[in-house]
Structures are given as structure tokens and as C-alpha cells.
Design a protein around this ligand. Structure first.
Ligand code: PMP
Length: 404
């Protein structure tokens, strides 16, 4: 495991090129690491060909690079086998894949349990499944600070419950989900567990086997990799029992005029040409992440998060959303300043070279539960430093004066 360099900022080409930019929107999209860009360029200039089709050397090089990327993603998640890794276009596509393919194994009356804290991409696909099949969709409520309230779990988790699909880490509150309690309850009734890891992966490699879940979804663009690629991990026997979602080339065993038979996973779930160069770039970013000292990264992220929360608490009238600093939380900090619209705040901050997100963050049910329609969010990643936090606190003081 390599030591953490003092500043990682220079390893991110955009941040290196814009030294005065305070990028605090990594929960929306992280900046791409140099190794991922280099890997894409190298692949496109040495190995660009379609995969699983050609027998010439270039096509074999593409196959090798793509399947190596699958192996790297499997190591990053500690998956049982690379065959459990399905490349998708992102977390949204991965979640829709499960809602369709696993969803097609469900019947009217079966229950899917999600939570009020979900991103719309782990909310709407289940509502659509409910419309299509008549499943029951139940919700885990949230506490006043937006954390999953597991007190009702015994009532919601009976033998009708077939799947629990929740976020691993909230994109609004920074709250980590208590996965162990959920998994224990799900196992008792034979329900499967899906984690939306879109936010979690930016904060380190994950261990799906230690987590004890059945599905894990994430996007490359949120973990220092290119956009347009994501991963769905599924436990081998669970994937094997699922019908395909999208149909086309690459996902079949045989096609005749009468019938089609499916390929085994993961190919069964990768219809059409996959995001090949993007997967190679993703693998480079994951490899880089696996070489970091995550204890140091977390200590640094927590310190910055604490500094930010302390500063925000000094702003009169500002309401922090999400758990206290002492709770299990990631450095995603959302807040509301009554009377000021987040879009106005973000526009003024932009004039100070601060990039933050304001809006509903694709989590309208959660925001409604927290009693706001919109909020402003600062999200800290491993390339941020104290200067970014001080700039934000100064920028907010300025914005409050400007907009008052
Ligand atoms: N889930 C969560 C928790 C997210 O934060 C996001 C992205 N904001 C998504 C899912 C969807 O990810 P993508 O847009 O990359 O598909």
C-alpha cells in the first residue's frame, strides 16, 4: 500500500490546469484521475476493436483489455468471480437492469423494500415495476437527520419481502446505511439485498462478500474514472437465475427462427457493444484507488468535513441536513438557508470559483421528509484541501451579504 502524497490535486488534469478552482461537487461527478485518462488513450491508440467477436490480433487485444478490466472491478469489490461483474453505462442502468431482470422473477403481491432516502434512480424503476407487475413497494422511513430508520424493519420484513434495495451512502445527507442490520433481517426471510453504491465507491474499495449483499451498483464517473461506464455486481447464483433485460448481440447462446437461448452471466446482461475503452479507464482508476492508504484518506476527508460543518454552524439561520459529525458519515454536506434559493447561492459562489450543487439532488422524497424542497450541497473528495473549505466559508459569507 503506497503512502498518501501531500496533495493529490496534481494527479487530476483538470484540477492541475485550474489551480484556483474549488471543486466541491464530487458527489455529482468526481474529477478524472490521470491514470484513467492515460489508460483510455493507450487503449484507443493500441487496442481499439470490438470485443467477443474478432479473431485478429487487435480484437484479441481488445478482448484481453476488457476482460482484465472485469477482473480489476471484481478485485475492487472483492467479488467471488469476474463473471459476477456486469459492465453497464452507469449506476442508473445497473439499477434498472435489476428492476427488470430480477423484477421479472417477482409476482403480484411480492414486496420490494426501498427507503425514503433513495436517489430517484433507485426509486422510479421500482415504482415502474409496481405498475407493470403489481408488486408491493414498501418504504423504510428516515429519521429527522435523514438516516434510515430501521425501527420498523421487523414489520416490513416478512416472507412477502423478496428484495431490499437501498443506498449504501446518501447523496444528500452523507449518511452511511447500517447494512449489517438490513442484511441480517433480510436473510431471516430469504430476501435479497441490493446496495446502490454510487456514492460509496468514491470513498474506497468495497467488499461485497463482507457486506453480505446480493447486488451492488456504481458509476465510473463518481470514482475518478470516465463517464459512460458503470458496474452491476450480482452474486453468481442470483444472476444465473435471472432472465436478461436488454436483448441483442452478445447475450445469446443460440438464435433460430423458433427460439433464442441465453448466454451465461455476465454476457447475458451485456447486450450490444459494451463501453470498452471506458471500462479500461475505470479499471485504471480502480487500480489506482486500490493502491491508496484509505485510513489516511478517510482521516483527511473527516477533518475537512468537520472543518466545514463547524464553519457552517456559525452561519446564522443556516440549517444543516444530515447526521452529526460524530455519526457514521461521509463528507457530503447539505444545508438550507431559509429565504435563499440554492441556485442563487451557487451562482454567487461560482463567481468565487467554487463549484457546488444546489437543487433537489434527484432525491425529492428525502428532501420532502427533511422539510425542504431544495438545498445546497458541498461534497468533498480526496483531492480537496483546507483552502477549498475556507474558500467556501468565505464565499458563503459573501453570498449572504449579496443576496440579503
Ligand atoms: N444513486 C446515487 C446515490 C447517486 O448519487 C447517483 C448519482 N447522483 C445515482 C444513483 C445515479 O448515478 P448515475 O447518474 O451515474 O447513473
Amino acid at each position: 500500500m503506497s503512502a498518501m502524497p501531500a496533495s493529490l490535486r496534481d494527479e487530476f488534469p483538470l484540477l492541475a490546469a485550474e489551480p484556483d478552482l474549488h471543486y466541491l461537487d464530487s458527489a455529482a461527478t468526481s474529477q478524472i484521475h490521470r491514470s484513467a485518462m492515460d489508460a483510455v488513450l493507450h487503449h484507443e491508440t493500441t487496442s481499439r476493436a470490438n470485443v467477443s467477436r474478432g479473431t485478429y490480433r487487435l480484437a484479441e487485444a481488445a478482448d484481453l483489455a476488457y476482460e482484465r478490466a472485469r477482473q480489476t472491478a471484481a478485485r475492487f469489490l472483492n467479488a467471488g468471480s469476474p463473471d459476477e461483474i456486469i459492465f453497464t453505462s452507469g449506476a442508473t442502468a445497473a439499477l434498472n437492469l435489476v428492476a427488470h431482470a430480477f423484477g421479472n422473477t417477482l409476482q403480484a403481491g411480492d414486496r420490494v423494500l426501498i427507503s425514503v432516502a433513495e436517489h430517484h434512480s433507485n426509486f422510479v424503476p421500482w415504482q415502474m415495476l409496481r405498475e407493470r407487475t403489481g408488486i408491493e413497494l414498501a418504504m423504510i422511513p428516515v429519521t429527522a437527520s435523514g438516516q434510515l430508520d430501521l425501527a420498523l424493519l421487523p414489520e416490513l420484513m416478512d416472507s412477502k419481502c423478496r428484495l431490499v434495495a437501498v443506498t449504501h451512502l446518501s447523496n444528500v445527507t452523507g449518511a452511511w446505511t447500517d447494512v449489517a442490520t438490513l442484511v441480517e433481517a433480510a436473510r431471516k426471510v430469504g430476501a435479497k439485498v441490493l446496495l446502490d453504491g454510487a456514492q460509496a465507491v468514491q470513498h474506497g474499495p468495497q467488499d461485497v462478500r463482507a457486506l453480505g449483499v446480493d447486488f451492488y451498483a456504481f458509476s465510473g464517473h463518481k470514482c475518478f474514472a470516465p463517464g459512460g461506464v458503470g458496474v452491476l455486481w450480482g452474486r453468481g447464483e442470483v444472476l444465473a437465475a435471472m432472465p436478461p433485460f436488454l436483448a441483442g448481440g452478445g447475450m445469446i447462446a443460440s438464435v433460430s427462427l423458433e427460439a433464442t437461448t441465453w448466454a451465461e452471466p455476465p454476457q447475458r446482461f451485456e447486450a450490444g457493444t459494451p463501453p470498452i475503452a471506458q471500462a479500461v479507464g475505470l479499471a485504471a482508476a480502480l487500480e489506482w484507488m486500490m493502491g491508496l492508504d484509505w485510513r489516511q484518506v478517510h482521516a483527511r476527508e473527516s477533518r475537512l468535513c468537520e472543518l466545514l460543518i463547524e464553519g457552517l454552524q456559525r452561519i446564522p439561520g443556516l440549517r444543516l441536513l444530515g447526521p452529526e459529525m460524530s455519526a457514521q458519515r461521509a463528507p457530503i454536506v447539505s444545508f438550507d438557508i431559509p429565504g435563499l434559493h440554492p441556485h442563487d447561492i451557487c451562482q454567487v459562489l461560482d463567481t468565487h470559483r467554487l463549484a457546488l450543487r444546489g437543487g433537489h439532488h434527484c432525491a425529492q422524497p428525502l428532501l420532502a421528509a427533511l422539510g425542504v424542497e431544495v438545498c445546497t450541497r458541498a461534497s468533498i473528495a480526496l483531492y480537496n484541501d483546507e483552502a477549498d473549505i475556507h474558500a467556501l466559508l468565505d464565499g458563503l459569507t459573501f453570498a449572504l451579504r449579496e443576496l440579503a
